[in-house]
Design a protein around this ligand. Structure first.
Ligand code: CP
Ligand code: NVA
Length: 317
């Protein structure tokens, strides 16, 4: 297993982990995102990213992340170049460090979706411009920021609220644990024991939560996790890159479906999913399309959360 570090990178500021949102100023990011959502006219009246160019380097498919970065950057007057899965070959055609060094000579920020988190860290360490994690096998911090924004939108505040995650202890829940801890949320996770979140990330989330009034609970019982929850969150059982394990995962995750029966334990809870959803597997149509679902708000909020991160990293002040 790769060694996980939460290094303080001197000089250039990056968003590699949801924990980095603490150093960037989580509350300021949230307030700025809300302002961007309220006044989409900024697209026409202000172009704070004018003259800036961002590389979107994606080694996995994407709808939401690609579109929300492209639309968000263009709306703020910046430009993007998208490099898709067949183009660069991080660590195959050349090292992650060499990719970062080269891109830094042309662009003002690099947004990366890749497999190994260590590759993202290597690329960031060699870069002289900010690097933003657009999903690795370990984390999905942009998603977690949009999710906190969605909780604030529907619940008024996230502090002290209970968020239950049911399913795979993957990249999405790792970032939710860290961002939720920063925001003072109680995050309760239920996974099959084999697919529990990484203990190092859980430990880091607990450390952060100790200073914010948040809390972290990890277990295997979905009903216990969702009881009394303000929001119930799930994600696919087979993430991008794990397709060879799909059959064994289907068997292991059967009891972890988010359906009407499970939600009976949390009668008022919001329903959340990062999408794409595998309907009929981790979530039923009835629940995903039901009145408590806020999944499209989560998708829309990717735009504002990422714009706020870009403004913080590139146009602070
Ligand atoms: N939620 C999310 O990151 O969606 P995409 O994989 O479509 O970008
Ligand atoms: N856990 C999923 C999230 C997709 C946005 C994956 O990594 O494929």
């Amino acid at each position: 297993m790769a060694v996980v570090s939460f290094p303080a990178r001197a000089g250039i500021r990056h968003l590699l982990s949801a924990a980095d949102a603490g150093a960037l100023g989580l509350e300021r990011l949230m307030v700025r995102s809300e302002w961007l959502r309220r006044d989409r006219r900024i697209r026409r009246v202000a172009e704070p990213l004018a003259g800036l160019h961002v590389a979107l380097l994606f080694e996995k498919p994407s709808l939401r992340t690609k579109m929300s970065f492209e639309v968000g950057i263009a709306a703020l007057g910046g430009r993007v170049t998208y490099l898709g899965p067949s183009e660069v070959g991080i660590g195959k055609r050349e090292s992650a460090a060499d990719v970062g060094r080269n891109l830094s000579r042309w662009v003002d920020a690099i947004v990366v979706r890749t497999f190994a988190h260590a590759g993202l860290e290597e690329l960031a360490d060699a870069s002289t411009v900010p690097v933003i994690n657009a999903l690795t096998d370990r984390e999905h911090p942009c998603q977690a920021l949009a999710d906190l924004l969605t909780l604030r939108q529907h619940l008024g505040s996230s502090r002290g609220r209970r968020l239950a995650f049911v399913g795979d202890g993957n990249n999405v829940v790792h970032s939710l644990l860290l961002a939720g801890a920063l925001a003072g949320l109680e995050v309760r996770v239920a996974t099959p024991w084999r697919y529990a979140p990484d203990p190092q990330i859980v430990g880091r989330a607990r450390q952060i939560a100790a200073g914010t009034g948040g809390a972290v609970a990890i277990g295997t019982d979905p009903a216990e996790a969702v009881t009394g929850a303000d929001a119930v969150y799930t994600d696919v059982w087979t993430s991008m890159g794990a397709e060879a394990e799909a059959a064994e995962r289907m068997a292991a995750f059967g009891p972890y479906q988010v359906n009407a029966e499970l939600l009976a334990h949390a009668p008022d809870a919001l329903v959340m999913h990062c999408l794409p959803a595998h309907r009929g597997q981790e979530i039923t149509d009835e629940v995903l399309d039901g009145p408590r679902s806020v999944v499209l708000d989560q998708a829309e909020n990717r735009l504002y959360a990422q714009q706020a991160v870009l403004l913080e990293l590139l146009a602070a002040g």
